[in-house]
Design a protein around this ligand. Structure first.
Ligand code: F6R
Length: 247
């Protein structure tokens, strides 16, 4: 695991954005796994800037980690709508090559197995972007999350519903279920980059990086990944004592 600590979120996002933009320059048909929430927005701004400066996203394929069950695409907080607004409409990607699980599907089980198959037939994920929940979740893999899990329907925990209530008018409006790539689906990506900023993530990160891997902290599974980099700001990294690189 490589742990990079930056003075600010902005500096972390610039470094993560440079990594993705350079990868796409060298691999025009890259397959990139994406996340939603507050954390990746500054990274997406760097990808948008990169595209404006000539990085060609037209051959790139993307797979999002997750989607709420029961929110239509037209709902502002559906992850498809989030992605269209915050990234896809602002880079030259072919929207047909952007995949987000369909949380409105009448057959959610088939939706999950199809999603896995689609990732496989795209050749697997080159770089998976991750955030981390305050309870250690990656994607919506809530603790305890079996490390061999595949894309499935997840019941969101009270903690995640509370954390995500800020995006909705009330807590009651937060969907109770989501489709999420599994921990093993994430682990299959050839490279993972986990971004985390702010003091709300300190204990989840401590468990993920410095404690024995445990299904109660799903992000700790990443300790067994051969190519994972954490991009943290100083506030998020305040409990980390392991050897790290400071920027
Ligand atoms: C979202 C996702 C989640 C978030 C996590 C952190 O697609 O996969 O794991 O990354 O809940 O959310 P924020 O960034 O809003 O703190």
């Amino acid at each position: 695991m490589e742990i990079k600590i930056f003075k600010t979120e902005e500096a972390a996002a610039v470094a993560a954005g440079r990594y993705i933009n350079n990868f796409v320059k060298k691999n025009p048909k890259a397959v990139i796994g994406l996340a939603t929430g507050s954390t990746p927005l500054s990274l997406y701004n760097e990808m948008i800037k990169g595209c404006k400066e000539g990085v060609d996203y037209s051959g790139v394929t993307t797979f999002n980690l997750d989607e709420y069950v029961g929110l239509p695409v037209t709902h502002n907080e559906s992850y498809r709508s989030f992605m269209n607004r915050n990234l896809f409409s602002q880079i030259n990607i072919n929207i047909r090559n952007t995949f987000v699980p369909d949380g409105m599907s009448a057959d959610l089980e088939t939706q999950c197995t199809d999603y896995e198959e689609r990732i496989r037939s795209a050749g697997g994920i080159d770089i998976q972007v991750l955030g981390i929940g305050s309870n250690g979740h990656i994607g919506f893999n809530e603790p305890p999350a079996p490390f061999d899990s595949r894309t499935s329907v997840i019941e969101l925990t009270e903690q995640t519903i509370n954390d995500n209530a800020r995006f909705f008018d009330s807590k009651e409006e937060v969907p109770k279920r989501a489709i999420s790539m599994g921990v093993q689906t994430i682990m299959d990506a050839r490279c993972c980059m986990l971004l985390a900023y702010g003091s709300g993530k300190t204990s989840a990160l401590k468990g993920a990086i410095e404690e024995v891997p445990d299904t109660m902290n799903p992000a700790s599974a990443l300790q067994n990944h051969p190519n994972v980099t954490f991009y943290l700001d100083e506030a998020a990294a305040s409990l980390i004592t392991k050897q790290v690189r400071e920027f």
